[in-house]
Ligand binder design. Structure first.
Ligand SMILES: [Zn+2]
Length: 424
């Protein structure tokens, strides 16, 4: 099948291209990028008023398979991702069982084969993510794991983390840290501050996150390993990471759209629908996250897409699980908050969901170039969407953005040269 994308504004962060070009796709690859391409035998994609970006990459999703297929499956999650403009996702290993052996990594890859997009499994750092015994990292990489994380939980034992980082150096793969000192966060529900006092809810101090980032940065310096910090939420965390980068310690990080869009004011309004870990912080933190994205201290935007069933999420806030869905609101929040409200260029905004995560993970995707795999997303940045029960196709609708009107509509998602959204 041949596809011809015409009249669009090509945004390729890898080559810093921001110019109108037509793109011809054939046999799963980008054949030609040029002005005014005509090709009668190709299916025309009219990208007028749209930006044409590399297929988006989300390096942090939770698809609940194996174990809780009633919440979300790998192919179901991939369909949601395709609708959201994503052509590659990294699935976190905190399923049941935890992805801690080669057979399970192969199972994820196998399940993903019938889905519309690319899936890269992240495997556990420790067996069962119990924080004790390291997994067989070499075997897991052989099976297709591209990074390691005990996400959902921290590796509390510093020696275990040290060993993991030593292996990360040996295998040249990132260790993704869920930075949380659980002795500090305890059974906290939301950010510790004025709002938690006012609402009478147990707080999680920002230091629970910052202390673990500081420890992991120091262990990375010690081991010369590779550290990637998941879901950074606080201003102090960014100060530590910026310091580490000045010392040329190999640390990268990601934040999630909710941390640059919301503050803990959202808890009073949305209760458990705004409960996630790490928690939403204050306006000062939100502004620092936006500046971190602007100045490059934060390389990646990942969604931490975490579906939960309605009845599980709609408990008393103390008992409700942490996490919100994030795939379908990611592009609209990036466009609305970063581009429209904070003056980011499209290149600045979209490098965080294309070339940057690919570089960190060693994935040869995330750019648009002649001869390269055709993973491409077409977005109309001026078209409005309303986050509604109909807009959200995820089985789970746990989002604090319900009812919000945002800019940025994904029009087409093309993965490996095939249109995977709109669904046919
Ligand atoms: Zn996490």
């Amino acid at each position: 099948m041949k596809l011809l994308i015409k009249y669009g504004r090509l945004i390729d962060p890898a080559s810093k291209t921001d110019e109108e070009f037509d793109i011809l796709i054939a046999d799963g690859k980008v054949m030609r990028i040029d002005k005014n391409i005509t090709k009668d035998d190709a299916q025309l994609i009219n990208a007028k008023d749209c930006i044409v970006v590399p297929g988006l990459v989300d390096m942090h999703v939770h698809f609940r398979e194996p174990g809780r297929e009633d919440i979300e499956t790998i192919t179901g999650g991939c369909k949601v991702a395709a609708k959201s403009g994503y052509t590659s996702v990294c699935t976190m290993p905190n399923t049941n069982p935890v992805i801690d052996n080669q057979a399970l990594v192969r199972y994820i890859k196998k399940q993903a084969e019938s889905g519309p997009i690319n899936v890269y499994p992240v495997a556990a750092i420790t067996k069962g993510s119990l924080g004790q015994e390291l997994t067989e990292m070499g075997e897991l990489i052989e099976g297709g794991a591209i990074a390691f994380s005990d996400d959902g939980k921290p590796v509390m034992n510093s020696t275990t983390m040290r060993r993991a980082l030593e292996y990360s150096r040996m295998f040249n793969v990132p260790i993704i840290t869920h930075a949380e000192d659980i002795t500090l966060s305890g059974d906290g529900i939301m950010n510790e501050g004025n709002n938690s006092i006012f609402l009478g809810l147990k707080g999680i101090p920002r230091e629970a996150e910052e202390i673990m980032i500081a420890r992991d940065v120091l262990l990375t310096r010690l081991t010369k390993g590779r550290l990637h910090v998941a879901h950074v939420s606080s201003k102090g965390s960014l100060e530590i990471i910026a310091m580490a980068k000045r010392d040329t310690i190999q640390v990268t990080c990601e934040t999630a759209p909710h941390y640059f869009s919301l503050t803990d004011d959202a808890i009073a309004e949305h209760l458990s629908m705004a409960k996630m870990n790490p928690p939403l912080r204050t306006e000062e933190d939100r502004k620092a996250i936006i500046e971190g994205l602007r100045n490059g201290v934060i390389e990646v935007i990942a969604t931490d897409h975490a579906p939960h069933l309605h009845n599980e999420k709609m408990q008393e806030i103390a008992f409700a699980p942490f996490g919100i869905i994030g795939l379908e609101t990611a592009v609209p929040l990036i466009i609305t908050v970063l581009v429209k409200e904070n003056g980011f260029s499209f290149i600045q905004a979209f490098e965080k969901v294309t070339t940057n995560p690919c570089k960190i993970l060693g994935i040869d995707r995330g750019y648009i170039k002649e001869g390269a795999v055709a993973d491409i997303t077409v977005i109309n940045p001026d078209k409005k969407i309303t986050v509604s029960e109909d807009f959200i196709i995820s089985r789970c609708k746990n989002t604090p953005f319900m009812g919000r009107e945002l800019f940025g509509k994904v029009e087409y998602t093309i993965c490996n040269g095939e249109i995977v959204y709109p669904f046919n």
